[in-house]
Design a protein around this ligand. Sequence first.
Ligand code: HEM
Length: 477
Amino acid sequence: MKHAPRLSEQSHDIQGMLKSGFGWLKSSRFWLLTIRDGCEDQARAWLARLVESKLVVSARCVATAKTKPETSIGEAVSVAFSFAGLEKLGCTETATHPFPTPFRSGMGSTLREQLLRDAPRDQWRWSDVESAEGRQAVHILIAQWWDAAARMEEPDPAVFIVRVVDNNPCSFARDKDGRLREPFGFRDGLAQPVIRGLREEGGAALRQARNDAGRFYEDRVVEPGEFILGYRNEYDELTYCPNVNDWRHSEDRFTLNGSYLAVRQIEQNVDAFEQFRKAHGQDVCEKLMGRRKDGMPLGWQGPPGSDSAADAFRFRVEDANGFVCPKGAHIRRSNPRDSLGIDVRSSIKSSKLHRLLRRGRPYREKTEKGHRDGIFFIACNADLERQFEFIHQRWLQNPRFGTLDNQDDPVVGSQPSGKTFTIPGLPSGGEVTLASFTLTLGGGYFLLPGIAALKFIAADRAGTKPSSAHRVEAAAC
Ligand code: HEM
């Protein structure tokens, strides 16, 4: 049996966003780039300079920065490519190890439109697939986070069609402790799986997290192959790694240490949510989300605890009928924890097959009349069908989720205004009528390659003149 590489020996090659959401970097910007025809060489040269700038930090750099203040990170960049983008840059899949269908066809394809229950996508502004109306596919996604000042060389509009999704001014999405809040005012980015082998083993932070979560800590520890290609997953199999022609960097395949990103730009109708809040009260809003505004579970009493404590709960025994957290609440649909299988153990095991590492950030778009807010949602996963698409289609958008009927996710469902949401135990009879709170404006699937693969993409495809980036060693940390 083939052995998985040791994660600890590969962390220099894994992009930093698989290790961290860079929460201490307060500003973020997402660049959606389409390479103009005939500009492929300039695009590669720009990518090569980006790699040389060392802003594309590795998981190892992030780990080092946490322990040695002198290596602290003030700016970080991650780079990912759509299938169309890889092809545009000359990386074609091999016949023996092709890319999986969802990535290859793209979130923008008609099939994915139906699967994700998005139709019609009249409001979409961008996707990873060329649209029937001639809108060009996004080839490259750059995620940029920084603290004081950004150093990244901005992409040249003569080389790229550039779209920017920004969270400046960066302060609007933070609470007074500097922690992230989404535009409806809830703490976000809190419940995250812990990747086995990528956490700091034996450190004080891990001891504290274990302590705070108590017997529930292991519920969220997930095998690395659920998020990083080439490693053992929850089926105890090595995650499939597609390959591209001419990749000769090592015996391992091109996608080793990579991940897939499911990306959605979701606009939030903050006014509609505020009106709903005025009509029904904050408690009902918290029931829709399934958490208190400060991020703590609905049954939590007292002041907020740590993130680890906030993620330590189950539903099956403690809240079987949804009197605390309604069965259709956003967090219960997106992670049913121990509630869906035949017993606690098997349900936890099967929920680990459908986890997402969320790395999105709120954004603010300035308009003539003011601004519009939303979430630039990014989920990292190794299997788009089994993870992102399953959660979206079978849980969030499933009208018959659990014992419910004709409802979908109250926050991100595709429901038009007027759909209802059941809150067991509510004095008014248990049903509230929802408005349409969100609108998806675009989306795509991207490959987040390992750093050696990124250098390969940035190198001269003819192979005669390797760009300097291909020779650069991993960042010194
Ligand atoms: C505008 C859109 C969205 C908003 C406002 C939103 C908001 C939230 C909030 C406030 C939480 C609870 C805090 C936390 O656990 O971090 C949460 C959790 C979560 N959301 Fe969303 N979300 C949105 C879209 C989505 C989408 C599209 C998906 C997946 C397809 C998703 C998947 C999840 C997951 C997996 C969790 C963690 C649940 C858990 O483990 O308890 N969210 N979201």
